[in-house]
Design a protein around this ligand. Structure first.
Ligand code: HEC
Length: 218
């Protein structure tokens, strides 16, 4: 800018005024920013306090004081206490996943030549007395399942008290049996705790079942 009014119609004064205006704007904007910054720590502090309060209430209400024993599906209700019934299929699925799945596999398909399938099995879907005996007492020797013979291995004992690593309650056995009778397309009736107890009472304590013996059970 050379100050020549002919070539430059904007007088220096006006330019100076513009610059002052710009500076004033910048100051105003900075001022607003400063005020925001001053409030920010307060807002963060308040959020943290709110979060701490919420967490405290949540943990107190829902963690059962971190006791590992707080969930016990076999707990006997105290007098007058509400009883929540757990779906035996849900319970049975859990037991299946912890134990039977190792051999009979996740889709109940078993392992060709070694572990027979449970999906579609005539033993699983047959008379309750047979499948209860298989799980309570175990099974050995040859067994024919869906047209294939299996004899390479033995089915472990789950219910017998003597000479067995397993000692499952009637309830646990009923749940796992109800589950395998309703999963993978199987459609047999549920099996109750009383059904299992009745078999144990009638049969007593004995060694593993054989296919021939099971076929006599109607
Ligand atoms: C260590 C492997 C193993 C485990 C674990 C196991 N089984 Fe078996 N199961 C077998 C074998 C092997 C046979 C066949 C036994 C024979 O050949 O006589 C069998 C047979 C069966 C049968 C009769 C045949 C059929 O396919 O329908 C049923 C029912 C059965 N098991 C259910 C179960 C359930 C329920 C569990 C869990 C509580 C379980 N098994 C855990 C190995 C196992």
């Amino acid at each position: 800018m050379n100050g020549d009014p002919q070539r430059d119609p904007v007088p220096d004064q006006a330019v100076a005024a513009d610059e002052r205006l710009l500076e004033a704007h910048e100051r105003a904007l900075r001022g607003r920013g400063d005020r925001g910054d001053r409030h920010r720590p307060l807002a963060i502090g308040a959020s943290l306090i709110a979060l701490a309060l919420f967490s405290g209430v949540y943990l107190e209400r829902y963690t059962g004081h971190f006791s590992p024993l707080i969930f016990d599906e076999n707990a006997k209700p105290l007098k007058g206490e509400l009883v929540f019934k757990i779906d035996p299929v849900v319970l049975g699925q859990r037991y299946y996943g912890a134990e039977c799945v190792a051999c009979h596999r996740s889709q109940g398909e078993g392992s060709p030549g070694i572990y027979p399938p449970l999906a579609g099995s005539e033993w699983v879907n047959g008379p309750p007395g047979r499948v209860i005996r298989i799980v309570v007492y175990g099974l050995r020797g040859k067994v024919r399942v869906e047209g294939n013979d299996f004899s390479a291995s033995t089915m472990p004992v789950y219910g017998r008290i003597l000479n067995s690593g397993h000692n499952w309650s009637d309830r646990k056995i009923a749940a796992v049996l109800t589950y395998i009778r309703q999963e993978w397309g199987n459609k047999a009736d549920p099996i109750s705790e009383d059904d299992v107890a009745a078999v144990r009472k009638a049969v007593g304590n004995r060694d593993a079942m054989s296919e021939d013996e099971l076929e006599l059970v109607k």
